[in-house]
Design a protein around this ligand. Sequence first.
Ligand code: FUB
Length: 327
Amino acid sequence: MNNRPKPNEPLVTHIFTADPSAHVFEGKIYIYPSHDLDHDGPDNDNGDQYAMEDYHILSMDDFDSPVVDHGEALHLRDIPWASKQLWAPDAAFKNNTYYLFFPARDQDGIFRIGVATSASPSGPFSPEPHYIEGSFSIDPAVFVDEDDQAYMYFGGLWGGQLEKWQTGSFVADAAGPDPGAPALGPRVARLSEDMRRFQEEPLEIAIMDEDGQPILAGDEDRRYFEGPWVHKYNGWYYLSYSTGTTHKLVYAVSRDPLGPYTFKGTILTPVIGWTTHHSIVEFGGKWYLFYHDCSLSDGVNHKRCVKFAELRYNEDGTIQTIDPYAS
Ligand code: FUB
């Protein structure tokens, strides 16, 4: 049990947490984060330092209530197909069942996306014996639309291996596009009714500028890097994501969940630490951004802490940029 949460302060301090996917289930706020570990292993652009082995789910009745850590909800040792690195998860509710979606490296070192189920939003979760067929890369985010159709958005550059899937198969030494070519987009696939399969081969999402031109790979302030999240506001789909090397959370909008999306602006300015990763959720008539930084470890990239801030829209539907360290 942790104290009442405060905006822009760590939600919990007894463990390191990151990549928060927040949802309202059963009238409470549930947060599905990565569980960062303290270790002396390698630290590189491949992301070997993110060597997580389990998930802990957090919840709070509302923003005036203590944060509860529900303990270990799923461990690497119980996932038959996975070898290491339980990265950013997400959760969804459908068919009276809670689904936890998570990336991990398979026995060949290739990132795949698995699913586990529970009768409770806090777990424990039982994993399916195999990863989702046709899945690859990292950072699943599952959006269930008003018509009950579920979509999985996913993909991440560098350690997330998205560059290696440009041909549709895994090419170990593939490089990303040239700076003047369109950037790689996140992938999306409709999920089957039972939430355990892709209904189709994943599609690549196009992110365009305001003139209808594709965002280019060299445009590191705007191009997709990792950490997709989709939410709906006033009939528009908002796709938000991390720009990786420029450390921003940005967003683009569309009338269609499959895109194309038009780039709009910045949600969160860079935080302490290399990665930035978030979710957006409505609770009690207000909107909230959940994000992480490395303040709890004084800047150690793989020891992060989840925080939240209120997110506000302008009248035209654009999102007001948040500077988490502004006084
Ligand atoms: O937590 C491991 C990785 O770091 C996530 O999958 C990325 O989004 C980045 O936050």
